[in-house]
Design a binder for this molecule. Structure first.
Ligand SMILES: Cc1cc2nc3c(=O)[nH]c(=O)nc-3n(C[C@H](O)[C@H](O)[C@H](O)COP(=O)(O)O)c2cc1C
Length: 366
C-alpha cells in the first residue's frame, strides 16, 4: 500500500488518522500511518505544549500531524466582543430544560469548562504557534483553507498543509490559496460534512485539482476494502476519524462504558447530520440529545462559534454521565461496523491485510 505520499512524509502506509487523543495519534504513527492530533479541545496552550512534547517523545521518531480549526475569513472577535453575551436566553433555557428532561446530572463541583475555545480564530492561531515549536510534518485545517498567511508560515517551517473539502469548487480554491493536500470529505463522514457522497466526491476532486495535488479520501473508511476503493477513485491515501474512537488507546480520553455501548450497538443508520454541535453541518451519533434539537419548538442552532459555546458544557455533562442513549459525539456512518474495542496497531494491521486481500481479488478479475 505505497503511494508517493509515503515517501513525502516518511510513512509506511498512506493512512492518515485524525484523532483528539495523543495516545491514538502516537500509536498510529508508530504503526506506520500518520497520526494527526486534533487541537480544538485545548483551551490552554500550556496543556497543548505538554501534549505535543509527549507526542515528540512517544512516536519512536515517526512523523505526526496537527489539526486546527480555522476559518479562511478572520471573524471579528477578541476581548472587545463578549461572545457569551450574544447567546440568546431562550437557547440557554432550552439546553437546561433538555438536560433536565434527559436526566443528565451536573458535573461534580469544580469541573467543567468555559466552552471549547479552540473554535475561536485567535485560539486556533495560538495552537499553530505552539505546534511550530514541535515536530509535526503536517498541519490540517478542519474548516477548509486557512488564511494565506498561515499557509505561508507553515511552508516557511517546512510543513505541508492539508484542508478538508466537501465539493470540487472548494478544493480548487484551497489549492489556489496554497494548500498542498486536499482531504475529500464525503457525506458519510463523522464531523463536518457536505452533501456529496465519497463515491462521487473523490473522483470529482481528483479530476478538478489535477495530478500534482494529492487527495486523501475521507468518509466511511473502516476497512482495507474501502482504502482500495479510495485509491481506485484516484486518491493517494485515506483520511480517517471515526474508527479510532473504537480503540483501546482512545479510552485514555473517554473511558466510560456508556460510550463503548453507544458505538458498538449503533448501526450505519444511527447518525444524523446537524448543526447542533458547532453551528455548521456535522455528522453525530443519533441520540436523545440530537433528537431533542429536532423536535418541534426546539431553537435553531446558532452560528459558529456561538453554538459550540452554548453546548460545550452540556456535552461535558452528557459525556461524563455515560448514558449511551444521550451521548453527544461526532461519528460517521462507519459506526455500524465498529463493533469492538481494539488496539490501534491491530486496526492498522487489519486495514493493511484487507487492502491486500481486496487488491489480490481485483487482480484476479483483470
Ligand atoms: C469525534 C470526531 C471529532 C472530529 N473533530 C474534527 C476536528 O476537530 N477537526 C477536523 O479537521 N476534523 C474533525 N473530525 C473529522 C475527521 O477529521 C475526519 O475528516 C472524519 O472523521 C472522516 O470520516 P470518518 O469519520 O468516516 O472516518 C472529527 C471526526 C470525529 C469522528
Amino acid at each position: 500500500m505505497r503511494t508517493p505520499l509515503c515517501d513525502e512524509f516518511g510513512i509506511e502506509y498512506p493512512i492518515f488518522a485524525f484523532t483528539p487523543s495523543e495516545h491514538v495519534a502516537a500509536a498510529v504513527s508508530r504503526a506506520g500511518g500518520l497520526g494527526v492530533l486534533g487541537c480544538v479541545r485545548f483551551n490552554d496552550t500550556d496543556e497543548l505544549e505538554q501534549t505535543l512534547s509527549w507526542l515528540d517523545d512517544n512516536t519512536d521518531g515517526k512523523p505526526y500531524g496537527v489539526d486546527i480549526v480555522m476559518p479562511m475569513k478572520i471573524p471579528t472577535e477578541g476581548k472587545s466582543v463578549d461572545l457569551k453575551a450574544m447567546i440568546p436566553q431562550d437557547h440557554i433555557d432550552f439546553v437546561d430544560r433538555t438536560l433536565q428532561k434527559l436526566g443528565v446530572p451536573p458535573l461534580p463541583e469544580g469541573e467543567g469548562r468555559e466552552g471549547v475555545l479552540g473554535w475561536l480564530h485567535s485560539v486556533a492561531r495560538s495552537h499553530l504557534d505552539v505546534a511550530l515549536n514541535h515536530r509535526p510534518v503536517l498541519i490540517a485545517n478542519a474548516l477548509g483553507s486557512p488564511p494565506v498567511d498561515v499557509i505561508e508560515k507553515c511552508h516557511e517551517h517546512g510543513l505541508k498543509v492539508a484542508a478538508l473539502a466537501g465539493a470540487a469548487k472548494h478544493a480548487l480554491s484551497h489549492v489556489q490559496n496554497g494548500v498542498d493536500i486536499i482531504v475529500a470529505q464525503g457525506y458519510e463522514a463523522g464531523g463536518h460534512t457536505g452533501e456529496i457522497a465519497s463515491m462521487v466526491l473523490q473522483p470529482d476532486i481528483v479530476d478538478a485539482v489535477g495530478p500534482d495535488v494529492p487527495v486523501l479520501g475521507a468518509g466511511g473508511i473502516g476497512s482495507g476494502r474501502q482504502i482500495a476503493a479510495s485509491l481506485a477513485l484516484g486518491s493517494q491515501g485515506v483520511w480517517t476519524g471515526s474508527i479510532w474512537l473504537g480503540t483501546e488507546e482512545y479510552q485514555n480520553l473517554q473511558s466510560n462504558s456508556g460510550w463503548t455501548e453507544a458505538f458498538t450497538r449503533a448501526t450505519s443508520s444511527d447518525t444524523v447530520r446537524t448543526r447542533i454541535y458547532t453551528g455548521k453541518p456535522a455528522r453525530l451519533l443519533k441520540t436523545k440529545w440530537t433528537e431533542a434539537w429536532a423536535e418541534e419548538g426546539a431553537p435553531q442552532p446558532l452560528p459558529m462559534p456561538l453554538q459550540n459555546l452554548l453546548v460545550s458544557d452540556a456535552h461535558n455533562r452528557i459525556n461524563a454521565s455515560g448514558d449511551p442513549d444521550v451521548i453527544s459525539m461526532p461519528i460517521g456512518q462507519i459506526v455500524g461496523r465498529m463493533n469492538e474495542v481494539r488496539p490501534v496497531a491491530d486496526v492498522v494491521a487489519s486495514l493493511v491485510a484487507e487492502f491486500e486481500e481486496a487488491v489480490g481479488r481485483l487482480n484476479k478479475v483483470v
